[in-house]
Design a binder for this molecule. Structure first.
Ligand code: GLA
Ligand code: GLA
Length: 707
């Protein structure tokens, strides 16, 4: 199948035309030909006396580390006072690293600012929703729209680029760090002014903004852009205008992107020839930025991923990575951070068990990563992250974690020698669509249920595909998905008429689309489409629904209703009142609970044909098992599928094909592979014949064959 993955994904929020994607550029290693899988972690030598550095290099070499991300939080060591600069320590450590063959991904060091800057310029501090000014003392305590802060940050970028731009050991730039982790919402007056300008760019006229936000509601008509306010705390439980809130989310992503571009451009104007990135935070429990939009602005996509402990561990990783690979347009991407074991920022922090460090890292590789980095190299003795795992733990080199880290280094070397780097993940035939706007919209407190979640449902669909021995790709709504056989729109509350048209054309041309229960209810301005739900797709689906039957904790009422085919729903059921003659009702609500809710016989799942394609409308939330059964009935088999307990992905290079197999369950699984070269295996026993393997829990097998 042909996915056109060369185009840009971007169409900026402020109504500007799509930016061009920057050409793909990948950081070189200090190997003879610059090639190989990158391996290493965040390195914070400034937390340690210089005597420790030699030991770091010795152990990095032993572990096979060939790259580090350096100086991410080192601003005050580089610029101890406004008029004092100290590069000596950085010169020394870069030289030591490079001389040992370890490439440096050098940070712009702008993620945490020094105290002197806040003392001189308290106006750079962000403001919280209730008007409290954020205090200095941690990281990212700066306002993305502060021109004063930008000036200081850009100067630091320029100085670093001037000093290290031609340093042969610095092979990539790591601009800032995890934009928006702490300063994504800023209610300062700088932010308000920037928001006003953003609104003016997006809407041009104040009338268009009033229209979009529906300001005739509650007497909120705005007469000029200078009067636009931020959705600050409005007293009590007062609800914020959802249109305004959605634009504020978009603005937050754009404001940080503009800040990133200023830093990037400062580096690039001095040092144009080295690839740049900034580390994204794509995982299925958060949506800080609209990364599909950001991805045009980096030379290579990099991502930080922290595991979800428990039964969804592996699936969640694959699901997040699938989106990363899609926004990288199938090009290799960089895992900038993951953890060897526990983090320290959750209420309860589980460690990784035997095999998980290796399995997770190789699963990222299987999903398209050509670099595996951890946070962080040496575990801190003090500070907020002293109890965060690392490559070199408190226990020292004589430790299970360090031995695992060395073993991973060995395996990555094998994969490098086999020529894996540069190969690309083969796309699946089905795609689940994801959109940051929809995720932000489903968080609105103004909806029929606050339990609605686009990310949650996208992940459930992703897992259900795996359960049914298939793998779907998770891709941005704005991507080109015309090459897929089937697309799923899970809880895509908002759909512009242009996107609804794209869906219609896709089906018309022979595609299959599966539409979830709360999809296409409103447009991109959060305006509900009239005439029956889902207004944006009603005619395509051949159904019309008039009300939402929301389920939950209602005293004395059934909290689950059943369908005629045995499926059930527990959150939401659409009250479908008419179905086109040519459409087939595949299931209705049925049973005492349905009777109780007035839904007996109401269509729940409807198939329609349109042009050369078909649509499936699923009018209620189904659990993972039901979705998986539905997929079995509605989606063609996946030629890659190896059963629900084995995850199989394929990366193809110029001359070779790499197959990755992972055990997805807690029992051993059997796998028969043909006559191929075995590159790496973990927790695997050979079975009866030479091609039969039993892969244990957290186990994997990686093979190569020629094309
Ligand atoms: C209150 C208000 C109305 C409306 C309703 C909604 O009664 O007076 O304006 O908001 O709540 O239930
Ligand atoms: C983020 C940051 C790192 C570190 C890790 C800890 O990803 O970028 O500096 O704080 O979290 O998990």
């Amino acid at each position: 199948m042909s996915l056109s993955r060369t185009e840009s994904l971007g169409h900026g929020h402020n109504g500007t035309v799509a930016t061009q994607r920057r050409p793909f550029r990948w950081p070189a290693l200090l190997t003879d030909n610059g090639k190989g899988i990158a391996y290493g972690g965040d390195y914070n030598p400034d937390q340690w006396p210089e005597e420790v550095w030699a030991d770091d290099i010795r152990l990095m070499t032993r572990a096979g580390v060939n790259t580090v991300a350096l100086a991410i939080f080192s601003w005050d060591r580089i610029q101890p006072a406004e008029d004092r600069w100290d590069f000596g320590w950085l010169d020394r450590v870069i030289d030591m690293l490079g001389s040992a063959g370890i490439a440096v991904d050098l940070a712009t060091a702008t993620a945490a600012a020094p105290l002197w800057l806040y003392a001189e310029h308290p106006e750079v501090l962000p403001v919280e929703r209730n008007g409290d000014v954020v205090n200095p003392g941690s990281r990212q305590s700066w306002s993305p729209t502060s021109p004063v802060f930008r000036r200081y940050a850009v100067e630091l970028c320029t100085r670093l680029a001037s000093r290290y731009g031609s340093n042969p050991f610095v092979t990539a730039w790591h601009v800032n760090n995890e934009y928006g982790w702490n300063n994504r919402y800023d209610y300062s007056s700088d932010s308000q002014r920037a928001f006003q300008r953003w609104c003016e760019r997006r809407y041009s006229t104040i009338g268009a903004l009033n229209d979009a936000w529906g300001t005739s509601f509650w007497s909120q008509e705005i007469s000029r852009f200078a009067d636009v306010t931020l959705p600050r705390h409005m007293g009590g439980d007062n609800m914020v205008n959802p249109g305004q809130q959605l634009d504020f989310e978009r603005f937050g992503s754009d404001a940080l992107k503009e800040f990133y571009k200023a830093e990037r451009d400062a580096v690039e104007s001095v040092c144009p020839d080295k690839p740049l990135t900034t580390n994204f935070m794509i995982s299925t429990d958060q949506c800080a930025m609209d990364y599909a939009d950001w991805s045009d602005e980096v030379d290579f996509v990099s991502n930080d991923h922290y595991f979800t402990p428990g039964e969804s561990h592996m699936d969640e990783l694959l699901c997040s990575d699938s989106l990363v690979d899609s926004i990288a347009l199938g090009k290799p991407w960089y895992l900038m951070e993951n953890s060897t074991s526990a983090v320290q920022w959750k209420p309860v922090n589980s460690r990784k068990r035997s095999g998980e460090l290796m399995r997770d890292a190789l699963a990222h590789v299987a999903m398209g990563a050509d670099a595996i980095n951890f946070f962080q190299w040496r575990q801190s003795r003090f500070g907020a992250e002293a109890f965060h795992s690392s490559m070199l733990p408190h226990a020292g080199e004589d430790s299970k974690i360090f031995r695992d880290v060395c073993a991973l280094g060995e395996t990555l070397k094998v994969l490098s020698s086999a020529g894996l780097q540069g190969s690309e993940l083969v796309p699946s035939r089905s795609a689940i669509l994801f959109d940051a706007d929809c995720e932000w919209a489903t968080r609105s407190a103004t909806l029929p249920s606050t339990r609605l979640s686009h990310w949650h449902d996208a992940r459930t669909w992703y897992r259900a595909f795996l359960d049914s021995s298939r793998r779907a790709d998770l891709i941005p709504l704005r991507a080109d998905w015309t090459g897929y056989d089937t697309i799923v729109l899970p809880t895509m509350l908002l759909l512009s008429s242009a996107d609804a048209d794209r869906v219609r054309r896709f089906v018309h041309d022979g595609g299959h689309v599966i539409v979830g229960y709360a999809t296409g209810i409103a447009d991109e301005r959060f305006h509900v489409a009239l005439g029956g739900y889902p207004g944006m797709l009603r005619s395509l689906l051949g159904i019309r629904s008039e009300e939402f039957n929301v389920l939950g904790d209602v005293d004395g009422e059934p909290s689950r209703i059943y369908l005629s085919n045995g499926f059930s729903a527990a959150l939401w059921a659409n009250v479908v009142t008419s179905v086109d003659d040519r459409a087939d009702v595949l299931a209705t609500y049925h049973g005492p609970e349905a009777v109780r809710w007035d839904l007996e016989g109401v269509p729940a799942i409807v198939r329609n044909t349109y042009g050369r394609g078909a649509t499936y409308y699923i009018g209620c939330d189904l659990g993972r098992d039901d979705i998986s059964r539905f997929i079995d009935q509605a989606v063609d088999r996946d030629p890659c599928g190896r059963g629900a307990n084995i995850v199989h992905t394929v990366r193809t290079g110029r001359d070779a094909v790499f197959d990755f197999y992972f055990n997805r369950c807690s029992e051993p699984v059997s796998l028969r592979i043909g006559n191929v070269e075995l590159l790496a295996k973990g927790r695997v026993e050979s079975g009866l014949g030479s091609d039969d393997y039993r892969i244990g829990e957290n186990g994997y097998l990686i093979t190569r064959s020629t094309r």
